[in-house]
Design a binder for this molecule. Structure first.
Ligand SMILES: [Zn+2]
Length: 346
């Protein structure tokens, strides 16, 4: 019943009614992994789904904004075009260059890449993916792991529970001090789960190269830092925060020979960064920063708390966001009787 109502609401959305009712909102999407064929990584978006979304936008003459376009809205107060949208992709994996960029270029649309610089330097692969790898390769059914704080966390790996367990372990680690997280993964998680730590980055988590990044920029896309190590800034000491922000800036700057002045916070919930991080960003010369809190970017809002929607795998939800049906939720706070429902929480 709900899906029928949402489909009907999207049908109305095609007329532009919600864009008229809720103007001046820009949906910025965040992609993660994009795979041709049937994705073998959980949560990856099939390339055909992305193609279908971009085809829809192209056929209806949506503008896909660049970072410069967004800056003109936030700094110069330019209006947000009624039919506009923007895309970002986080972390810097090989498929971002090989698959996602190619698809965007078929439509002449820009894509904005946030890269973990130690990943492109092949010094590490992200801690959250290291958790997935360990859980997917373990044959142990149950283990008690000792978190960096000393707290014991029970890991259940009975068949069918891996995704849920991975989420629980990630969430437990998001509120731990993360200074030593990479050492902790090898010394505690991999040992307790009896998984050999890979000597090289596993194929599925391999990065794009710096040559790829340079090529992306030359082809009109944006490439920006997303810290060196992807550790959550709010869990780090002042000195480590400073290094994560400034070193990642200087790596992108020296490899791409320009000032990449936009940032994305790792994992990006409001609790994952704080005002001291924003001060470091401002001092380093960053003029905008994205989080991962669902919502539209608005003219006149803070440039260091830019919201993004996770790109849905379901077209109905995608339409719900781009036609701004989802923006009626802002309105619903004052009109609780509206029978509309919001997107599922992620
Ligand atoms: Zn990330």
């Amino acid at each position: 019943m709900k899906s029928v109502l949402i489909k009907l609401a999207n049908f109305v959305g095609e007329t532009g009614l919600y864009r008229f009712l809720c103007p001046e909102r820009l949906p910025v999407f965040m992609l993660h992994r994009v795979m041709e064929g049937k994705p073998d990584l959980p949560g990856a978006l099939p390339a055909d789904t992305l193609r279908a979304y971009l085809e829809y936008l192209a056929a209806r003459h949506y503008q896909v904004l660049s970072m410069d376009d967004l800056w003109r809205v936030l700094d110069d107060g330019e209006e947000i075009p009624s039919k506009s949208v923007m895309f970002t992709i986080d972390d810097g994996f090989y498929d971002h260059h090989d698959v996602a960029a190619t698809i965007f270029e078929q439509f002449g649309f820009p894509l904005n890449f946030f890269v973990i610089t130690d990943l492109l330097d092949r010094k590490l692969w992200p801690w959250d993916d290291q958790i997935n790898y360990a859980l997917n390769h373990s044959r142990i059914r149950h283990a008690d792991i000792q978190l960096p704080s000393g707290e014991i966390h029970s890991v259940n790996l009975t068949p069918g529970t891996v995704r849920q367990t991975a989420r629980e372990v990630r969430n437990a680690l998001k509120i731990e001090r993360q200074e030593q997280i990479y050492e902790w993964l090898r010394e505690e998680l991999y040992k307790k789960l009896d998984v050999e730590f890979p000597t090289d980055i596993p194929q599925e988590y391999r990065p794009m190269s710096w040559d790829d990044a340079r090529s992306l920029r030359a082809r009109g896309h944006g490439v920006y830092p997303h810290t060196c190590s992807h550790r959550i800034l709010s869990t780090l000491s002042a000195q480590e925060k400073y290094l994560e922000i400034n070193e990642s800036l200087s790596r992108v700057k020296s490899e791409l020979a320009y000032l990449p002045d936009v940032f994305a916070y790792p994992t990006g919930r409001l609790s994952d960064y704080d005002s001291s991080d924003i001060e470091v960003l401002k001092t380093a010369g960053f003029k905008m920063a994205f989080n991962t809190v669902s919502g539209y970017v608005r003219r006149g809002q803070s440039r260091y708390h830019l919201s993004r929607f996770s790109l849905p795998g379901d077209k109905v939800e995608f339409l719900q966001i781009i036609n701004r049906f989802e923006a009626l939720n802002d309105w619903r706070i004052h009109h609780p009787v509206l029978p509309f429902s919001s997107l599922p929480t992620r």
